[in-house]
Design a binder for this molecule. Structure first.
Ligand code: SF4
Length: 279
């Protein structure tokens, strides 16, 4: 009897950001599905953002929005801001695809994206993304974020558009000022960015394959270096032995290794057992 094909792990931009920031955090959050206090604290903000995405999806599809808006003033304000700016945000010539999903098999993983709105034109495709926070002063961190790199990459790989025909636009809806006009940041894609992303993705996913196979053999994912500012605000600091309990880093390193191996689950999950997390 033919054996079934191996299950491919689905990865979103969020997973890639996590993996790039700290492989051990990826292990705790994604593979072991360990909840953290900061994630729980963010739940209400995330839910409100999700409701706003739903309102816009309904509105773009000409469906009623009142049941989603309910009595929520913030959602109503964001929708009004969107409607007022719609002529700048939308393109009357382009076909609109709200909440459009795509998947690309790449380096033995499934890369998944969800475009808030995809505008399909004859010679240009625009990926729109809604953010419910103010436009950042410095665009560089957003340019380096995996969302900005992965979203156009997957579109270029799964459509007939050339990289030069693709752009990604973030629209920021403020919370402080009720009447604030949404602001945008545009990133034009091109062939050079596409090839660079391909190279970096290949390298990162090859590393991930290696770490996964080592993990299955009982070895935890690597941590970020000692003294990283990330550990100071990370909910896994105690689990990682990165709390400032000693000034002697050598002692802490020993303790860290002991904690890490003690806390590896007895039965490691297989890829098919790892639950998906939201995009
Ligand atoms: S405490 Fe530091 S090493 Fe551990 S998961 Fe968090 S960032 Fe990574």
């Amino acid at each position: 009897m033919a054996s079934s094909p191996p299950t491919l792990l689905r990865l979103s931009q969020g997973h890639l950001n996590l993996l790039t920031a700290c492989p051990r955090k990826f292990q705790h959050s994604f593979i072991e599905q360990l909840g953290t206090a900061d994630v729980i604290a963010q739940q209400e903000r995330l839910l409100q953002g999700a409701r706003f995405h739903l309102v816009l999806q309904q509105w773009l599809l000409d469906l009623p929005v009142n049941s989603v808006l309910a009595e929520e003033t913030q959602l109503q304000q964001w929708l009004m801001a969107f409607q007022a700016a719609a002529p700048q945000i939308l393109d009357a010539e382009a076909q609109q695809q709200p909440e459009s999903d795509r998947t690309l098999e790449f380096a033995s993983f499934l890369l998944t994206v969800r475009y808030d709105l995809l505008l399909i034109g004859n010679h240009h495709a625009k990926i729109l993304d809604w953010k419910t926070y103010p436009r950042p002063q410095n665009a560089h961190w957003l340019e380096q974020n995996w969302q900005t790199r992965l979203y156009p990459f997957v579109l270029a790989e799964t459509s007939a558009y050339l990289p030069e025909q693709i752009s990604m636009v973030y629209w920021f809806f403020q919370t402080e000022q009720a009447t604030a006009t949404p602001q945008s940041l545009t990133f034009q894609y091109n062939t050079s960015k596409h090839e660079q992303t391909r190279q970096e993705l290949t390298q990162l996913l090859n590393q991930l394959s290696h770490w996964l196979s080592r993990y299955q053999a009982g070895e935890p994912f690597p941590q970020v270096g000692w003294g990283s500012a990330q550990c100071e605000v990370c909910s896994f600091a105690a689990r990682c032995g990165r709390t400032p309990v000693s000034s002697d880093n050598t002692l802490i390193a020993e303790e860290d290794r002991a904690i890490a191996s003690a806390q590896l689950p007895n039965v490691l999950p297989t890829l098919s057992e790892i639950a998906e997390i939201p995009l």
